[in-house]
Design a protein around this ligand. Sequence first.
Ligand code: HEM
Length: 68
Amino acid sequence: MEGVFDRLPPGDFFKRFLLNSDSLKKSGDPYSNKIDHDYNSDYEHAFKILTSKDFSDMTEYLKIRHDN
Ligand code: HEM
């Protein structure tokens, strides 16, 4: 995960990817299809339980970790 926020596409990619990576891939999103291929994986992220607060907390946490 090192540097992940420099790699991820801007906007709501992180949220869409975690809530339903399969539908993101099927929509033709290039980055989610690329990492599936690069990691030789078809793992689906579908963490429906996550709230808006969870997303802002995770975004903040990962940015802090990355800055350190
Ligand atoms: C059981 C839990 C999890 C498993 C097994 C898992 C597995 C994977 C795998 C195999 C990939 C490679 C791409 C793909 O195939 O989709 C990936 C990418 C990714 N995952 Fe997860 N994941 C899990 C949970 C999470 C959680 C909780 C988060 C967020 C906090 C997360 C964020 C990401 C991100 C941002 C990427 C893209 C990384 C990159 O650009 O290199 N994942 N995950």
